[in-house]
Design a protein around this ligand. Sequence first.
Ligand code: HMG
Ligand code: MG
Length: 305
Amino acid sequence: MAVPTKVKVVEVGPRDGLQNEKEFVPTDIKIELVNRLTAAGFQNVEATSFVSPKWVPQMADATQVMGSIQRKPGTVYSVLTPNMRGFEGALAARADEVVIFGAASEAFSQKNINCSIEESIDRFAPVAQAAKEAGIRLRGSISCALGCPYQGDVPVESVVYVAQRFIELGCDEVDVADTIGVATASQVYRVMSAVAEKVDPARIAGHFHDTYGQALANIHASLQAGIAIYHSSVAGLGGCPYAKGATGNVATEDVLYMLHGMGIETGIDLEAVITTGQWISDFLQRPNGSRAGKALINKRAAVCA
Ligand code: HMG
Ligand code: MG
């Protein structure tokens, strides 16, 4: 399989990156984060979630965020919608893409969305139909596709099954997600290749959390399997509230540094992302989680000194 020469990097920091923050992040900071990322050139920014605020309080201001961001024509602003209530919120807020999110692990499905895999797919069907009728893009995210905090190993057949069901529902893209960041490269290559046998590889995305420091290697392995869409989070922010111990997504700056170094085009301004990564880390008062971001900021400081 030829390695792609162009890759779509989907910035998920405003959603996956912030959803687990204990302190409520002010709405104007969330809006500024989305605006800065838009300006950096992402084609797709996952902006927020229309989920129950009892389950994820940090995303309670989804309507306000979507109402005040400065949209760039052509940029896709995605939001998570677990049910029709979420979809209606997303539609009213003029989301460009809605994301239904299931799991390849039965145990995680129960913890994250309070129902079985089969029930979740039934629950997603009206959301999928409504999205198609409204002409909104639809994405399906498959959590715990490479390991589960509750059940351990996840059969590859389950991942392929959920991916196929999502495509049948009309998903434009399906995300193979390593929610707890445990996978290693050969496993990722096997799982991505198995999904790509049944689903058009152009519709498959890799969503890697970096808990065990394997995410870049896993993206590299996925590239060899022909996968050309990756999710990442500025400054490596994040973690899932229902996957204890899981750390953030792979840092966007690290992904861009690797892809650009490999001669793969993304259309994204790495320097602008680095500045944004440091800005949001400073705001949250935590160390910048991007290795490339930190190194390049140190280099800037050295040049200025
Ligand atoms: P439930 O408790 O089974 O369902 O939750 P419910 O229908 O009984 O609703 C509970 C309450 O929430 C009710 O309020 C509803 O009205 C309200 P009450 O009557 O008690 O006052 N409600 C809503 N409010 C606002 N927006 C909505 C909505 N729906 C219900 N859309 C439910 C089921 C799916 C709603 C819940 O489990 C939920 O919201 N889960 C969200 C979990 C979540 O957001 N997890 C993190 C995102 S997934 C992720 O991070 C993984 C990913 O990154 C990939 C990876 O890394 O693996 C994508
Ligand atoms: Mg995630």
